[in-house]
Design a protein around this ligand. Structure first.
Ligand SMILES: *Cc1c(COP(=O)(O)O)cnc(C)c1O
Length: 359
């Protein structure tokens, strides 16, 4: 029995994307660490990325790192969400490295690493204005001084995260600031920093233009590998493909309906006032998938005549009036997906994950 909804994972397409980005990195002396969090650390995804040449794996959750380790994937694992103080024991046990921005957590990591008799690598994050995680540049020398005294931690490098919360874009200027900070730390403490981590997918356009300062030697990449999406311009990233993941859902109702509700309107299922354009009667389909499994605005039908109208927890509503194909109840509609949509469908236990490995 074939079960829907399902998410096809095309490993050959994923591998194409990863080879392209790894080659781009090589051209400029930059290691690519693949971030697997959007796939919940899916072992076959991770294995494919490693096979395509990514240097290490990063994930935001220890559970995902354990999932990949338990699948037998030997790799260097980094926790990319700064650790919870309550979880430091697991962090030092299962991750080789973590990104950090808090001295009390670093102290707790050091003590946990001592208890399990390990050395744990740390990359200190610097906030260059995006206002998510990171030490302020002025706090950095003091933090480095303390970390260097923590016997069970190894200061592996510095990193920055941009375009996540504040939407701040990587530029020659803010990357230059990162290098300046790194070099002043190196000369002040007489150390050599192994990794200068210049950000996530949003740093790839700068790299591609040849404008990334030389000392940036590592990027942590998720979205471009998975979805071939340039996260700065939201256009396709050159030489990558958007269809490594294809979502399929089944039509459970198909009927001609007016495009404007009948009666006095209140709020929708999520407490928001609904907005409608009256286009007269339309052919409307309901899919057996909902906002519990996908982000409605991240569904891109492969049949480009189909319009996604909206959805509720368990239903997605489509307008098929201008569809290229003809459909009936029980038919399957296919989509490529945006990042949030991929995140939800990978996380949803109701969506079957189907690994496709042949070309
Ligand atoms: C998610 C994440 C990444 C990867 O981001 P993409 O935009 O998917 O490339 C990199 N670094 C950190 C700290 C992250 O949380």
């Amino acid at each position: 029995m074939v079960k829907y909804p399902r998410l096809e994972i095309h490993l050959d397409r994923l591998s194409e994307n990863a080879k392209e980005i790894v080659a781009l990195g090589q051209q400029y002396g930059v290691e690519i660490w693949a971030v697997t969090k959007v796939t919940c650390g899916h072992p076959e995804v991770a294995k494919t990325l490693l096979g395509a040449g990514v240097k290490a794996l990063g994930d935001s959750r220890i559970e995902n790192i354990c999932r990949m380790r338990e699948a037998g994937l030997e790799a260097y694992y980094t926790l990319v969400r700064i650790p919870m103080k309550s979880d430091v024991e697991n962090v030092v046990r299962y991750a080789d490295c973590s990104l950090n921005s808090d001295l009390t957590v670093l102290q707790a990591l050091n003590e946990a690493a001592e208890r399990v008799q390990r050395t744990h690598d740390v990359i200190l994050m610097v906030d260059l204005g995006d206002l998510r995680e990171g030490f302020w540049p002025t706090e950095l020398p003091g933090a480095v001084e303390q970390v260097l005294q923590m016997k069970n931690l190894h200061l592996k490098g510095l990193g920055v995260n941009l375009t996540c919360w504040g939407g701040v874009l990587p530029t020659e200027e803010n990357m230059g600031k990162l290098i300046e900070l790194a070099e002043s730390i190196e000369s002040q403490f007489g150390i050599q920093l192994e990794i200068i981590s210049g950000g996530n997918s949003s740093s790839l356009p700068l790299l591609r233009e040849g404008k990334m300062p030389d000392r940036v030697n590592q990027l942590r990449i998720g979205e471009v590998l998975m979805l071939g999406n340039d996260t700065v311009t939201h256009t396709p990233f050159p030489n990558t493909r958007p269809d490594a993941f294809v979502l399929q859902a089944e039509i459970i109702e198909l009927r001609e309906k007016p495009s404007h509700p009948i009666g006095t309107t209140g709020l929708d299922a999520f407490g928001k006032p609904p907005v409608f354009t009256d286009k007269g009667k339309r052919i409307r389909a309901i899919l057996g998938i909902g906002k519990q499994d996908v982000a409605a605005d991240g569904l891109r039908p492969l049949d480009t005549g189909i319009e996604v109208v909206g959805g509720s927890s368990d239903h997605i509503i489509l307008d098929l009036t201008e569809a290229e194909g003809t459909y009936q109840v029980g038919d399957i509609v296919c989509f490529t997906v945006g990042y949030e949509c991929l995140l939800k469908s990978m996380t949803s236990p109701y969506v079957e994950k189907i690994v496709v490995s042949q070309k």
